[in-house]
Structure formats: C-alpha cells, structure tokens
Write a protein that binds this ligand. Structure first.
Ligand code: FAD
Ligand code: FES
Ligand code: MG
Length: 282
C-alpha cells in the first residue's frame, strides 16, 4: 500500500509528466513553496519534487517532473492506478505570501509548474500577479492556460520566438521593471542559471527577489547536510531553511558545482537502468 496515482498526464511525451496523487494528509497542510520527497520502491532513491498544486477537498496533490535521470525515468514508467511507495511531506518552508502590490512570478521549463502554485497564492492574497514564463519553444510552455485563468498579465518568452518574445525571460523582465517602479517582489523558479540571471537583472532595481533552490537533497529534514548552500556568507540547509532564499544573497557558483558532484554515478546508474529495463523505450 502506497500513494495511488489517480491521474497521469504526459505534458511533453517522454520528457515531462504530471501526476495527481491521492495524499489527503499532505493536501491538508500543503502550502505554495512546499515540496515532497518520494521513493518509488524499497530500493529507490529519495526524489524531492515541488507540490505544483493541491486539492484539499479531493485530498490530492499534483507533481510535475522532468525526466533527467534514472529515478525520474523510472517514475515516468508508472501509470494511473499504480502506487508510489512513499510520499513524504509537505517539506520546506512555505512561501512568504502577504498582500504587497505587484509580484512578478518568473518560471522556466518545469519550474513553471512550481511557480504556478506560488503565483496562485499571491493572487489569492490580493496581489497583482504578473506571470513571466519561458521555454525553448511554444509546446514546452507548461501551465499557460492555468496561469491565464487568474493572472491579469501573462508574458511569454521562447528561445526560438515561436510565441511571445524571442529570447530570454530576463530580457522581458528588465523591460517590465524599467516600465514599472511599483513592483514589490520578483519570484523566480527554474533552472539555476535562469534564477541567477533573474537575480542579476533585479539587483540594480533594488527589487526583493526570491529564488527556490533545487539543491541535492536526501533526508529533507535537516539531518544529512546534502542540501548545504551559502546564503549571505552563511551556511543554510535548503530543505529546512528554504527552499526559498533571497536571490541577491545566494552563492550560485557553489550551488551549481554541488549539483554536479554525483554526475559520474548518476550517468552510470542511468546506463545500467537502460540496459536492465526491458520496458524502456516501448
Ligand atoms: P539523476 O541522474 O540522479 O540526477 C540528475 C541531476 O538531478 C543531478 O545532476 C542533480 O543536479 C539533480 N539531482 C539528483 N538527485 C537529486 C536529489 N536527490 N535532490 C535534488 N536534485 C537531485 N524536478 C522536477 O522535475 N520537478 C520538480 O517539481 C522539482 N522540484 C524540486 C524541488 C526541490 C526542493 C529540489 C531540491 C529538487 C527538485 N527537483 C524537481 C529536481 C529533482 O529532484 C531531480 O531532477 C531528481 O532528483 C533527479 O533524479 P534522477 O535520478 O532522475 O536524476
Ligand atoms: Fe538533508 Fe537538507 S536534505 S539536510
Ligand atoms: Mg538519481
């Protein structure tokens, strides 16, 4: 008995999937910014994934994940009706949300799903929410319809110009900040280089900038030290002190280096998985 997958949607076939999971106790407490740690089976490693949405009445949480290696590839093989052995959460500090004015929520790639939950929280608190989303091309822009459902402004950037601005979200962000001095906060979730670039753009404007750190995590409760990062020169554990931090104070170089530290083992594990898994590639 585990946590049942009630719905599976392949948002980008073979690359990005959405699961709606039966988890009433987690749904009851989940807040924007929280994450869960899942374990597919008894031999599975622990995978942190952001809670992209919750439905308290239905007792469900939604996760959206990108297939990047062995565990996410294995997760993507599960289907509706299958069980996930462990889903532990909600973990991490919830996003600090208060009525404050205009909040620009920037999401890149799979990070758009996590950003969506936070944007919704800011909107529910009465803020003017500007969603700014970016991806390589139009069909990789997740949650666009959902964001259009409540955000008064949704701005889009694609690398190939298939929709919206041709280029990076940071270019659109800079332009938006130049035109509006009333922005109270910028929240960025996505690939680390994107969050770092967002923080660089907002710094000269002096706008509060919150980033969500996807550092390597194991236990998720502050005991193992795997998620150690430096913020304002001080050591923090992303799982319990974050995952959200002041983007102007994060040591992004250290974060990037630590994310790659097990690359050799991860590649080996993926290679072994591809060889052993008879259903892979079906
Ligand atoms: P691997 O081949 O093992 O690793 C690929 C890369 O993923 C690594 O180089 C490393 O950078 C990262 N990674 C590996 N293991 C971990 C780990 N235990 N913790 C964190 N990063 C790891 N991804 C999503 O697609 N959707 C999400 O909503 C999401 N939310 C996250 C929230 C938090 C708080 C954190 C810390 C990470 C989140 N991630 C999310 C990243 C996700 O956990 C990793 O992509 C996943 O663990 C990779 O596992 P793998 O075995 O498939 O890949
Ligand atoms: Fe172990 Fe944060 S994941 S201390
Ligand atoms: Mg792994």
């Amino acid at each position: 008995m585990g946590f049942k997958i009630l719905k599976k949607e392949e948002l980008i076939p073979g690359q990005t999937s959405l699961f709606v999971i039966d988890a009433p106790q987690i749904a009851k407490k989940a807040m924007p910014g929280n994450f869960v740690i899942i374990r597919i089976d008894e031999n599975g490693e622990r995978i942190p994934l952001t809670i992209a949405d919750k439905d308290r009445e239905a007792g469900t949480i939604t996760i959206v994940f990108l297939v990047v290696g062995k565990s996410t590839a294995q997760l993507n093989m599960l289907q509706e009706g299958d069980d996930i052995l462990d889903v532990c959460g909600p973990l991490g500090k919830a996003t600090h949300i208060e009525k404050q004015g205009t909040v620009i929520c920037v999401g890149g790639g799979t990070g758009i799903a996590a950003m969506h939950h936070i944007a919704k929280g800011h909107w529910e608190a009465g803020n003017h929410v500007v969603a700014l989303i970016g991806a390589r091309t139009e069909n990789l822009l997740l949650f666009r319809c959902e964001l259009n459902g409540f955000c008064p402004e949704v701005m889009v950037a694609t690398d190939d110009g298939s929709v919206g601005h041709k280029g990076f979200v940071t270019e659109v962000l800079k332009d938006r900040l130049e035109r509006d001095s009333n922005v109270t906060e910028v929240v960025a979730i996505g690939p680390v280089p994107m969050m770092e670039a967002v923080a660089k753009v907002t710094e000269p404007f002096g706008v509060k900038t919150t980033v969500s750190l996807n550092s390597i995590m194991v236990d998720g409760i502050g005991m193992c030290g795997a998620c150690r990062c430096s913020v304002d020169g001080k050591t923090k554990f992303a799982c319990v002190d974050g995952p959200e931090f002041d983007g102007h104070k994060v040591d992004f170089s250290e974060l990037k280096a630590r994310l790659w530290q097990f690359k050799e083992q991860e590649d080996e594990s993926m290679g072994k998985f591809k060889k052993e898994c008879t259903c892979h590639g079906k």
